[in-house]
Design a protein around this ligand. Structure first.
Ligand code: SAM
Length: 326
């Protein structure tokens, strides 16, 4: 398996031309040691892993370096992240295949390259640090429009939602992400008022400021607009549905004994993984369905003290893993 080398050359040339622009930071992969252990990367004589959310390639690089006999197929729905990953993984081009697509389509994407079953799958969802830096309105200080799409070919942006949802729909969205109902209502009303006054909220920074004013708080350990940004990002990218379906589809492409490892960064995601694993390990109708997975982590595994200290972004990370049993 190999990356299209001509594509890679074009990418490298283009990135050289772009040098001089501020470089976005590469995403530091979380819980690498634990991911490699649960996937049993070093134990395999040969094997194929799928990094279903390859991003800028941090975990994939670690897998390739840990065992020279294994191959990785990396999927991402962000074409530009894939370009960065291709460049970063160029030394391993003979053992990497990068595919643009949605992890929910893993079966079709693998089938297209002649692969049916694999030894392990990794899901590490949510935006990467690289995407946060990519001026798409993910971050509170961003002076760029509220886009928030991971896949820039999709139709709906955060701006679309802010312009088209009613106050009660916006309120509901914010509540689902954990915002207090009274705050959610105030924020939703402020958004609707602002869009009829000025036509809309132009940038991420302007939205963050509007939330601060609606809530009447400033400062604190967590930014007051955290849950509003989370709500919009999750809705734009259908993150929870994609995660749930990704788990079900990923489980289907595993060989018997193959492993699925999922990292999450917030409670809604972790709940989704826990429920999806439970369904696959203990089907409701035992007469009709036999368990497909055995859960390996009764409780989620957390990053070591040292990792939490060194990589603040990994602090909220939780790892769950399961093994295919038939
Ligand atoms: C946290 S980053 C992954 C970082 C990567 N593990 C690393 O170490 O560099 C998550 C990536 O998942 C991608 N992603 C999120 N949802 C996806 C989906 N449904 N299908 C494919 N990729 C997805 C995002 O575009 C992003 O690049």
């Amino acid at each position: 398996m190999a990356i299209d080398i001509h594509w890679l050359e074009r990418v490298i040339e283009r990135r050289k031309r772009e040098a001089g622009e501020a470089e976005a930071r590469l995403h530091p992969p979380a819980m690498v040691k634990e991911v490699l252990e649960f996937l049993r990367v070093r134990e395999l004589k040969k094997g194929v892993f799928v990094d279903m959310t390859v991003g800028t390639g941090g975990h994939t690089l670690a897998i390739l370096q840990a065992n020279p006999k294994v191959e990785v197929i990396g999927i991402d729905r962000d074409a530009t992240s894939l370009e960065v990953a291709a460049e970063r993984l160029a030394d391993y081009a003979d053992r990497v295949t990068l595919i643009y697509g949605d992890m929910r389509d893993i079966r079709r994407l693998l089938h297209q390259i002649g692969v049916e079953r694999v030894d392990g799958c990794l899901i590490d969802p949510g935006p990467s640090l690289w995407q946060m830096d990519s001026k798409r309105g993910f971050s509170f200080l961003d002076d760029s429009p509220l886009d928030m799409r991971m896949d820039r070919s999709s139709q709906v942006t955060a701006q679309t939602l802010l312009q088209t949802l009613s106050a009660s729909e916006l309120e509901q969205l914010f509540v689902q992400a954990g915002e207090r109902r009274s705050d959610a209502r105030r924020i939703a009303q402020a958004i609707v008022k602002e869009r009829s006054r000025s036509g809309g909220i132009p940038t991420a920074k302007a939205l963050a400021e509007l939330v601060i004013q609606a809530k009447g708080v400033r400062g604190g350990r967590i930014h007051p607009a955290t849950k509003v940004f989370l709500a919009l990002r999750m809705a734009v990218n259908e993150e929870i549905d994609a995660l749930r379906e990704g788990i079900f589809e990923g489980a289907k492409v595993l060989k018997r004994g193959g492993r699925l490892v999922v990292l999450t960064y917030q409670s809604l995601e972790d709940k989704t993984v826990k429920e999806a694993f439970a369904k696959l390990a203990q089907p409701a109708d035992k007469e009709k369905d036999r368990p497909l997975l055995r859960i390996l982590t009764k409780d989620p595994i957390r990053p070591s003290f040292q990792e939490r200290h060194q990589n603040p972004r990994a602090r909220s990370c939780k790892l769950r893993a399961a093994e295919r049993i038939r």
